[in-house]
Design a protein around this ligand. Structure first.
Ligand SMILES: NC(=O)c1ccc[n+]([C@@H]2O[C@H](COP(=O)([O-])OP(=O)(O)OC[C@H]3O[C@@H](n4cnc5c(N)ncnc54)[C@H](OP(=O)(O)O)[C@@H]3O)[C@@H](O)[C@H]2O)c1
Length: 379
């Protein structure tokens, strides 16, 4: 076989491994989404994907399915096989023991516990190793895990629903509903795939929002819905002065972290209700958002969804903490007294934040615009 034919086949099987990895989008937190395909004599003899943390990795599922047929086979993995004993034994050892002849990885694992050691282990055992096949696609499915491993920060998505004239709430604070059910369903899926969802005190006081994942609104098939609901994202509330009462609907479901710069002495009151209160230093009279991002990453948050109003979303933007904007645009005008998209006091055109629009598509009667800062957000 020529090297070109081999590259085409490698990309073909890696594409299948990536398809498998994507099945873990709602469930693998805090682990990465990983898929594996084992091929012998042009036949797929084993397939697997990582379902959730603490359970077998993709390679183990695929090797189990392949059984004896793994001997002399090629294993395609979307992330370098692990080399360390975590909650499960090293996958590099499993591949060696199974007698695999060649391993093709989409990318190296930036996790400092692995970082090339998995591939080295395979090479030392005489296995032919290649890395970098469909790497961009592999990076795209683990943006949060990679940002946390490479920069010690979560991948931050800011979601906002707005009118065609760029407004996010009426002057009274009323904002339900700007977009239609299909857009709200897309937001449900964004929530479900996130490690954590974050909002601010004023949004809760205005909207009584819960920010939970509602299975019937996900619009997913039964298998993915079941996976999505086995793990509820952490819900983070920024409440600098502890204004949101503990009987607010947001507190009805568990898994809440309240972040404040008020006295930590209130901690017990929150703990009694089963919620955690985290006191952080203030910056400009509010919670220090940079410190909070470091803290969330340290807690294993890969993808953070910010569902806040113009002030808080504006603060994230101004600090360069946003990796991606998810804007849902409704075909309506809300008028000039309604609130803007972001509070971002800029005076000159030269200060405008340049964005690169990476996707724009219709969602029901609304439009979904995905945009990223044109310049790296300071990591
Ligand atoms: N259209 C949409 O997609 C959408 C989404 C959410 C909300 N909304 C609407 O937006 C309105 C509320 O928006 P909002 O932004 O005023 O409320 P918000 O989202 O609750 O943001 C205010 C919160 O952020 C904190 N904050 C403000 N500036 C900060 C900074 N520089 N650093 C750190 N924390 C900071 C405040 O801190 P303190 O606690 O210290 O005051 C407060 O807790 C409501 O009308 C709601 O309906 C619309």
């Amino acid at each position: 076989m020529s090297s070109t034919e081999q590259s085409v086949l490698d990309a073909f099987y890696m594409a299948r491994a990536l398809e498998l990895a994507r099945k873990g989008v709602y469930s693998t937190h805090p682990n990465p989404r990983v898929g594996c395909v084992i091929v012998r004599d042009g036949q797929i003899v084993g397939e697997g994907w990582h379902v959730r943390a603490g359970e077998p990795h993709a390679e183990v599922h695929a090797l189990r399915q392949a059984g004896e047929q793994a001997k002399g086979a090629t294993a395609y993995v979307t992330l370098e096989p692990c080399s360390h004993h975590g909650r499960t034994p090293p996958c590099a050892d499993a591949l060696v023991n199974a007698g695999v002849a060649r391993v093709v990885a989409a990318m190296q694992d930036p996790n400092p516990d692995v970082a090339g050691r998995g591939l080295l282990r395979l090479m030392n055992a005489g296995i032919a190793v290649q890395s970098g096949v469909l790497e961009n696609e592999a990076r795209a499915i683990n943006k949060g895990f990679l940002k946390r491993m490479e920069h010690g920060l979560p991948y931050v998505r800011v979601k906002l629903a707005m009118s065609l004239d760029g407004r996010t709430a009426m002057a009274s604070g009323e904002s339900k509903w700007i977009t239609g059910p299909e857009a709200r369903s897309a937001v449900q899926r964004l929530r479900a795939q996130s490690s954590a969802v974050l909002t601010g005190a004023d949004t809760l006081l205005a909207d009584d929002a819960r920010l939970t994942v509602r299975p019937d609104e996900l619009g997913l098939d039964a298998e993915l819905t079941a996976l999505a609901v086995t793990r509820a994202p952490l819900r983070v509330l920024i409440d600098g002065r502890l204004r949101v009462p503990l009987d607010a609907p947001f507190f009805k479901a568990g898994n809440v972290l309240v972040v404040t710069c008020a006295a930590a002495s209130a901690r017990e009151r929150y703990q009694e209700q089963g919620h955690e209160l985290l006191a952080l230093p203030s910056s400009g009279g509010h919670v220090d958002l940079r410190k909070l991002m470091l803290e969330l990453a340290a807690r294993g948050v890969n993808e953070l969804l910010v569902e806040a109003g113009p002030k808080l979303a504006g603060a994230f933007t101004q600090l360069g903490l946003v990796d991606e904007f998810q804007l849902f645009v409704a075909g309506k005008f809300m008028g000039s007294s309604a609130r803007p998209l972001l509070e971002l006091p800029l005076a000159q055109m030269s200060e405008a934040l340049e964005l690169k629009i990476i996707e724009m598509r219709a969602v029901g009667n609304d439009w979904r615009v995905i945009a990223v800062p044109a310049l790296d957000p300071g990591v």
